[in-house]
Design a protein around this ligand. Structure first.
Ligand code: CUA
Length: 339
């Protein structure tokens, strides 16, 4: 017995090392961009409190079960010359009590959870700003109906303002997730789910589709930019302006190309086209990233995207329109003039 314990020492030490390593990773993960344990909104704090309640209870139950198990192993261990113990089957009192105990524990979890579910997906109250979110394959559209602003993949929101997100899915099921702000909810065709939250203060946070939705699910990201009220109002005012007319000859050529090809069938540029299948490009150059936060919004990347969208984002609905070289340069120059 003693020998076998000694023989197990190296594996026990290895297990301890793994646990320590994981817990140190855990400490740094807590401050990582996709962290959910440093909530930056009231919704985030409410869900985090429920998460911690469940975590502490399960930790306690885990410890109690392990201690009980170890005690039973020690207390009822085999001794030399001992006869076979009395054979029993079932124990009504024990079985009824642990069934009742766990039902009570589940009730302890349910009581604080149910109000949070109702509170955070209530109908839009008057003081909330409405934002219609559409999850599409594979990008996000954000509409601000009161402000008459439409944008894609970069969500600007004012700090401290109650926001009511209405989640739409024109194609397949997605999940709208802003880890640090606490919001995560399925986006389902045929119904409108809601998230209501108010971000604490300015900052930039990553967002991500959290439900497998096809080939480029992992490429369905977005940026959340929480701004002061003044900065947000400035941004919204810029977005409300019509698209700028290009002055640079290369960009002018790009506008001509854009207007003469099937680009106009899918993309809106106010005053130029009215397509709604792809992202609204009226203020394309005001966005820092391209392809649902896949890459920086630079002339090289825009040109690469136009020449081979399916390579940049596998499965992308945008076709290769056969434009190359000078044509894509001109188109990139035009799109990046749309501040
Ligand atoms: Cu959309 Cu995953």
């Amino acid at each position: 017995m003693r020998k076998s314990l000694l023989a197990r020492l190296p594996s026990a030490l290895l297990l301890l090392a793994v646990v320590l390593l994981l817990s140190s990773c855990g400490w740094s993960l807590w401050d990582a961009p996709m962290t959910t344990v440093r909530p930056k909104s009231e919704f985030g704090r409410l869900t985090h409190q429920i998460f911690m309640l469940i975590s502490w209870w399960t930790l306690g139950i885990g410890i109690a079960v392990e201690v009980g198990l170890l005690w039973a192993c020690y207390r009822f261990r085999e001794k030399p010359g001992q006869p076979i113990p009395k054979q029993v089957h079932g124990h009504t009192v024990l079985e009824v009590s642990w069934t009742v105990a766990f039902a009570v524990i589940l009730l302890i979890f349910a009581v604080p959870t149910i109000p949070v579910i109702f509170e955070t997906q209530a109908a839009t109250p008057a003081q909330a700003m409405r934002i219609d979110v559409s999850g599409r394959q594979w990008w996000w559209e954000f509409r601000y109906p009161e402000l008459k602003v439409v944008t894609a993949n970069e969500l600007h929101i004012p700090a401290g303002q109650l926001l009511a997100f209405n989640l739409h899915a024109p194609d397949v099921i997605h999940s709208f997730w802003m880890p640090q702000l606490g919001g995560k909810r399925d986006v389902i065709p045929g119904r409108v789910n809601r998230i209501m939250l108010a971000p604490d203060g300015p900052g930039e946070f990553p967002g991500q589709c959290a439900e497998y939705c096809g080939m480029s699910h992992a490429n369905m990201r977005f940026r959340v930019i929480v701004q002061s009220k003044a900065d947000f109002d400035r941004w919204a005012a810029d977005q409300q302006k019509p698209a700028v007319q290009p002055t640079d000859p290369l960009a002018q050529k790009g506008l001509e190309l854009f207007s003469q090809t099937t680009c106009v069938g899918c993309h809106t540029i106010t005053g130029v086209s009215g397509g709604v299948l792809g992202p609204n490009l009226t203020h394309f150059a005001s966005r820092k990233t391209l392809g649902a936060n896949l890459m920086a919004n630079t002339p090289e990347n825009v040109a690469k995207w136009i020449e081979n969208p399916g390579h940049m984002k596998p499965g992308a609905l945008m076709p290769d329109l056969g434009m190359r070289g000078e044509q894509t340069k001109a188109l990139a120059a035009y799109l990046l003039s749309l501040k």
